[in-house]
Design a protein around this ligand. Structure first.
Ligand SMILES: NC(=O)c1ccc[n+]([C@@H]2O[C@H](COP(=O)([O-])OP(=O)(O)OC[C@H]3O[C@@H](n4cnc5c(N)ncnc54)[C@H](O)[C@@H]3O)[C@@H](O)[C@H]2O)c1
Ligand SMILES: [Zn+2]
Length: 511
């Protein structure tokens, strides 16, 4: 376990680190102290004698060492996270928490700024400038915690975050944490206290998860008709109107409590209401937990096709409460496992092996196994989204299994085959393409197929492939000329994106 505490000078990182370490039975490391020991001089001296770049280099090297140390609570330096590589590595290696306090409080705590090289001169102006410059870096954390409170309260909150093991989606000031735990939907009221009001959107099947007790002057409930056939502009209008009824305030927020349909609709309404209000997600289907609630794609369907109108709008929080899966129809839950397999295959051997280990438990709906699988899938999706928020390249890897999958879904007539079921079949097809292009061997095709099968997903591809299906591949909107950009899998953890001519694709799939 590793906990990294970041935040500006004077916020109390060392004091809080000691308290958190005590609570968790870990040891504390002070990064500045380590740098001083290494350099044999005080931080202020390093700045004065060699300048900031030399200090940052030393800091980077010392921070890198910490990534391999276990059982530590680290008080970072105020500027450690300004180095992007270090920051992203810390986010991967442990739980990174930013401590923050108002400027006057920080000034009171640092006193004259003695020994703080960045505060020389007009301390207040300097501090404000430093905070401004680092705003986006500090926001990229698993949690931002208000440190202008008694140490005990601050430590309590950090310990809760650490125990929770949230997944961070690092996107500068639009960063957020995905919280994954049984019962975590109970935190919804807490997550929206700072909004002026909330539109809580569910569908008839998920309305049971709407929080109780939000007063009428602060909250409006919108309960939609369930199903993809109702993912339309009329549903969006109902959410807009509820928001406007609340008073048309830009500090309001919209919260989706439901599957991917509710999430996409509520997200789009939030993106467009008053040119954008805050948005939160309480995904209640497995697909929504591992896929649609993370990444900020929102939208709705038109008669011409699915998801044709939409916007990117990231949520501020995501609460994945696995308890809600107990009421999800079992076929829906199983279908969601196809995206879990996809993410694991993109991620690598460890994740695929973990799914194989848990396959029967996952199929049966074991909540602990499901929670583990969700955390791994969300990690993969978060990493891809961080690297490519607006789908210019890398994010296309998430289309693994989807080219043929979408075609099968469309050919069957929408609704006849669940999206996840189609993706499972599409994964089998993609594996065959990989084999045909010598990116993977027969054993990998068998392995992936067997895993899907054990999870209860369909793999009987051959009897579903006909001219019709390939006609739909050709109609796919990602087509470029007579070729499709195809995510060709290699073994676990490897893939490449290749243009493949449609007739060649057919031969590869027949393999
Ligand atoms: N935004 C994205 O990045 C993204 C990614 C993938 C999919 N999607 C979208 O997600 C949608 C599919 O999501 P989905 O599979 O969650 O479909 P869905 O929202 O239609 O949910 C499936 C069914 O399960 C019901 N349900 C959901 N949670 C329940 C619960 N806990 N208890 C009882 N019933 C419950 C719903 O009412 C619905 O009938 C599609 O519209 C797709 O376009 C979006
Ligand atoms: Zn999908």
């Amino acid at each position: 376990m590793r906990v990294f505490l970041s935040g500006p000078m004077g916020v109390g990182k060392s004091t809080v680190a000691a308290r958190v370490a005590e609570r968790l039975g870990l040891r504390t490391v002070d990064l500045d102290a380590r740098i001083e020991a290494r350099a044999g001089r005080r931080v202020a001296e390093i700045f004065a004698e060699h300048g900031e770049p030399t200090f940052r280099e030393l800091e980077r090297a010392c921070a890198r060492e910490l990534l391999d140390e276990d059982g530590v609570v680290v008080a970072l330096g105020g500027g450690t996270v300004t180095d992007r590589t270090t920051r992203r590595a810390l986010l991967e290696a442990g739980i990174l928490v930013t401590l923050m306090a108002p400027v006057d409080e920080l000034l009171r705590r640092v006193g004259s700024g003695e020994g703080r090289p960045l505060l020389q001169g007009d301390a207040e102006a300097r501090l404000r400038a430093v905070l401004d410059a680092r705003r986006s870096d500090y926001a990229e954390a698993h949690a931002c915690v208000d440190a202008a409170r008694p140490v005990e309260a601050v430590a309590d909150e950090i310990v809760a975050w650490v125990r929770e093991e949230p997944v961070a989606v690092a996107l500068g000031e639009r960063s957020y944490a995905v919280e994954i735990a049984a019962g975590c939907r109970a935190r919804l009221p807490q997550r929206i206290t700072r909004a002026s009001g909330a539109v809580l959107v569910a569908d008839r099947n998920t309305a049971r998860y709407l929080p109780e007790g939000e007063p009428q002057e602060r909250a409006r409930r919108v309960v939609l008709e369930p199903g993809e056939e109702h993912k339309d502009i009329r549903a969006v209008e109902r959410i807009w109107d509820a928001g406007l009824e609340l008073g048309g305030d830009r500090n309001a927020c919209v919260v989706a409590i439901g599957g991917g349909v509710v999430g996409d609709l509520a997200g789009f309404a939030a993106a467009t209401l008053l040119r954008g209000v805050a948005f939160g997600q309480v995904p209640t289907s497995l697909l929504a937990m591992v896929d649609s609630s993370v990444g900020g794609k929102t939208g709705f369907d038109r008669p011409q096709g699915k998801n044709l109108v939409g916007a990117f709008h990231q949520p501020r929080f995501v609460l994945c409460d696995v308890e809600t899966l107990t009421t999800l129809p079992v076929e829906e839950r199983i279908a969601g496992l196809a995206e879990v397999v996809k993410a694991a295959w993109l991620e690598g051997e460890d994740d695929v092996a973990a799914l194989e280990q848990d396959a029967e438990a996952l199929r049966a709906g074991d909540l602990a196994a499901t929670e583990r699988a969700i955390r791994r899938s969300v990690r993969t999706k978060a990493r891809v989204v961080t690297a490519d928020e607006h789908e210019s390249g890398l994010r296309m890897s998430l289309n693994l299994g989807h080219t043929i999958g979408h075609a099968l879904e469309a050919a069957a007539g929408f609704g006849a085959l669940r999206h996840g079921e189609a993706v499972a079949l599409g994964m089998v097809a993609a594996m065959r393409v990989g084999r045909s292009l010598r990116q993977l061997d027969e054993a990998s095709v068998v392995r992936c197929t067997a895993l899907l099968d054990r999870l209860g997903l369909p793999t009987d591809l051959d009897r579903r492939l006909d001219d019709d299906v390939f006609g739909y591949v050709g109609a796919d909107k990602k087509r470029a000329g007579a070729t499709v950009r195809f995510v060709v899998p290699g073994g676990p953890g490897s893939h490449r994106i290749e243009p493949i001519a449609l007739d060649a694709l057919r031969r590869h799939v027949a393999g």
